[in-house]
Write a protein that binds this ligand. Structure first.
Ligand code: UDP
Length: 372
């Protein structure tokens, strides 16, 4: 007889790992299935062989939250450094601050505006959009036509492979716009990068939990379900329901990673490329995420060029077009009927979650199940 578990968790990303950790701590038996050869989902990080630079293999992950409970929770598994995220963007061979702030505006227009002048200055460029229906309208309402065309349109087109008119306004509201020189990407109270990268967090969370790596749940759904008191599914929700309401749109990314024989390639952790004719969206240089580690003797630097593409087999970001929203609602209705299964995380909830939101979602779900 194969071992029975109180919970079988499909996916060892943040949702699955937090859920498993909490249930293990409550004395429940948990099995985690992971189709990749490693735990941690897209948070996975590893030290680069030649340089020791910690590389986030699926793109730069910055932890940030205002939520005390989430911060206290994650700090049980790691210490954080004091990194504060800042992004620059290159447009027509000039470098600007991103998110758009007073520095971006003054450099772009060759002005020396002060904060109190910004709204009046931009208002003539914003047009009369009251209720933005899509990303383009939202962006023009926020920063006006010129800045939209320079810094948002090309980048978004490359990133989402869609016209910004077809994308939801909510995507761009992730980005603040500032009338000051504040260049911080996030304004949360708690921010940082785990001192030793993300993978040790997952190792600690999953310590004492049974894990099967390289196992695709879909190869034998009935088998895994039969071994679970309760199933926790963190993969794409459309796949779970055999695409019966059609496929949801997902965006994927791939990285070209290179070791360069120089101390510092770009002087910052993330450089965006706004021009439409540059094929990558951004270049990551992970050594800059760990200012506390940097040594002048470090042999070379690692850079990762990020390219966006559509690949339903490697879903990273929900596109959330209006059709997607309708489709997702149908899948959600099916999920609600499937008692005994929890659908959680970015892929199963079809939500553009940040890490802190995934943790909060998993903790809330565990609390709800424990109350039942
Ligand atoms: N964005 C943009 N230009 C930039 C950076 C971001 O137009 O230089 C827009 C773009 O539509 C993107 C969204 O803002 O999808 C959110 O960006 P964020 O950096 O939060 O994306 P993530 O890091 O999650 O991929």
């Amino acid at each position: 007889m194969k071992k029975q578990y109180d919970f079988v968790v499909v996916g060892s990303g943040l949702y699955g790992a937090v859920f498993a950790q909490q249930m293990k701590e409550a004395g429940q038996s948990v099995l985690v299935l992971e189709s990749r050869k490693h735990i941690g989902g897209n948070c996975y990080s590893e030290d680069h062989e030649d340089t020791g630079i910690n590389v986030h293999r699926y793109g730069t992950h910055i932890f940030h939250t205002n939520d005390q409970r989430t911060w206290d929770y994650i700090n049980r598994f790691t210490e954080f450094n004091h990194y504060r995220h800042g992004v620059l963007t290159t447009y027509q061979k000039r470098v600007y601050t991103m998110p758009i702030n007073l520095g971006t505006i003054n450099s772009f227009y060759n002005t020396s505006l002060v904060p109190s002048e910004v709204d009046a200055f931009l208002s003539s460029k914003k047009g009369t959009i009251q209720r933005p229906k899509n990303l383009e309208e939202q962006a023009i309402k926020l920063v006006g036509e010129d800045l939209y065309r320079a810094f948002i349109r090309g980048y978004t087109l490359k990133q989402w492979q869609r016209d910004p008119k077809e994308l939801p306004a909510s995507i761009i509201t992730r980005l603040p716009v500032r009338n000051s020189y504040d260049a911080s990407y996030f304004s949360d109270r708690y921010q940082g990068i785990p001192l030793h990268g993300y993978t040790p967090i997952f190792e600690r969370m999953l310590d004492g939990v049974d894990i099967e790596l390289g196992v695709d749940f879909f190869d034998d759904v009935e088998h895994w379900r039969s071994r679970a008191g309760h199933l926790v599914y963190t993969g794409p929700i459309d796949r779970y329901f055999k695409f019966q309401h059609g496929k949801l749109n997902w965006r994927s990314v791939r990285f070209e990673t290179e070791l360069l024989d120089e101390a510092d390639f770009q002087g910052t952790s993330v450089m965006n490329y706004a021009d439409e004719d540059i094929p990558y969206t951004r270049i990551h240089e992970p050594q800059h995420l760990h200012p506390e580690r940097r040594q002048s003797t470090q042999p070379g630097t690692v850079v990762m060029r990020e390219y966006s593409y559509n690949n339903e087999k490697a879903p990273y970001y929900p596109v959330n077009s209006p059709e997607d929203k309708e489709r997702f609602a149908l899948y959600q209705a099916l999920a609600r009927k499937d008692e005994g299964v929890t659908f959680g995380g970015r892929l199963a909830e079809y939500k553009y979650y940040d890490m802190h939101q995934v943790i909060a979602s998993a903790l809330a779900r565990v609390r709800a199940l424990n109350r039942q």
